[in-house]
Design a protein around this ligand. Structure first.
Ligand SMILES: [Zn+2]
Length: 231
C-alpha cells in the first residue's frame, strides 16, 4: 500500500465539523458491518505498528510532549503495538476464534445462558474505552459450542473500534451463524468513558443494548432470560 492511500483518506472532506461533533457525541451508528477498507490487510502487522508508532509520535510531539524523557520515549511504539496486537486485533479476520461444534447428545432443548461476560471495547467516535458485561443465551438446534467460545466471540468483536449497538448485533449474528439457529439473545450493559470522563461527564449512566430473535421474540422466553441475568 502506498503512503498516499492513507494520507488522502476522503473521510474528513465530505463531513462538516458540526456533523463530526453530532455523530460523535450522539454516538450514532451508520451500519451493522464495521466499515473496513478493501486494502485493510495489505500491510503486515509489523508494518502497521511501525506506521502507527510514527504517527502517534507526531501526535505526542504536537501536544508538546518531550519524547526525550525516558518515561515517554517508548510510548508511541507501545501504543502502536497495543492497537494492532491487542485492543484492535479483532479487526483482522485472521484473529477470529475457531469454533468447534459438538452434538447436543443430551438433547438439552432449553435455553443456555452465559452471563456476566467481561467486555472491553473502544468507542469508535472517541477511541476511549467502553467496558461492561455481555449476557448471551441460545437454544440449541442440535449443535452446542464450548462455553469459553462464547467469551472468545465477545472478545473478538469487542477488539474493534465500536458502537455498542453494532457490537451487540455482530455478536448475535455470529452466534446465529455458528450455531445454525435463529434462537439467540444478547444483552450488553456497558459504560462509555467518552460519556463519563468528558462531554456530558455522567459517571453513573450505563447503556443497555439487546438483540432477540427466534424463540426469544416470545415474551415468556425473554422474561426467563432476563430473570437469569437479573434485569
Ligand atoms: Zn464516544
Amino acid at each position: 500500500m502506498s503512503a498516499d492511500m492513507i494520507m488522502n483518506s476522503p473521510e474528513t472532506d465530505t463531513i462538516s465539523s458540526d456533523d463530526i461533533d453530532v455523530i460523535g457525541d450522539e454516538h450514532m451508528m451508520t451500519g451493522e458491518e464495521t466499515p473496513i477498507r478493501a486494502d485493510a490487510f495489505d500491510m503486515s502487522d509489523s508494518e502497521k505498528i511501525a506506521r502507527i508508532s510514527q504517527h502517534f509520535r507526531e501526535i505526542m510531539l504536537t501536544l508538546g510532549l518531550d519524547l526525550n524523557d525516558d518515561s515517554l520515549r517508548g510510548t508511541p511504539q507501545r501504543v502502536a503495538k497495543m492497537y494492532v496486537k491487542e485492543i484492535f486485533s479483532g479487526l483482522n479476520p485472521a484473529n477470529k476464534p475457531s469454533v468447534a461444534l459438538f452434538e447436543n447428545k443430551y438433547r438439552y432443548n432449553q435455553m443456555l445462558v452465559e452471563k456476566n461476560i467481561t467486555l472491553y471495547s473502544n468507542c469508535e467516535h472517541h477511541f476511549v474505552p467502553i467496558y461492561g458485561v455481555a449476557h448471551i443465551a441460545y437454544i440449541s438446534s442440535g449443535k452446542v459450542i464450548g462455553l469459553s467460545k462464547l467469551n472468545r466471540i465477545v472478545q473478538y468483536y469487542s477488539k474493534r473500534p465500536q458502537v455498542q449497538e453494532r457490537l451487540t448485533m455482530q455478536i448475535a449474528r455470529e452466534l446465529q451463524k455458528i450455531l445454525d439457529t435463529p434462537h439467540v439473545a444478547v444483552v450488553i450493559d456497558a459504560k462509555h468513558m467518552c460519556v463519563s470522563s468528558r462531554g456530558i461527564k455522567d459517571v453513573s449512566s450505563a447503556t443497555v443494548t439487546s438483540f432477540y430473535d427466534g424463540h426469544f421474540l416470545e415474551e415468556h422466553r425473554r422474561t426467563e432470560f432476563l430473570s437469569y441475568i437479573g434485569m
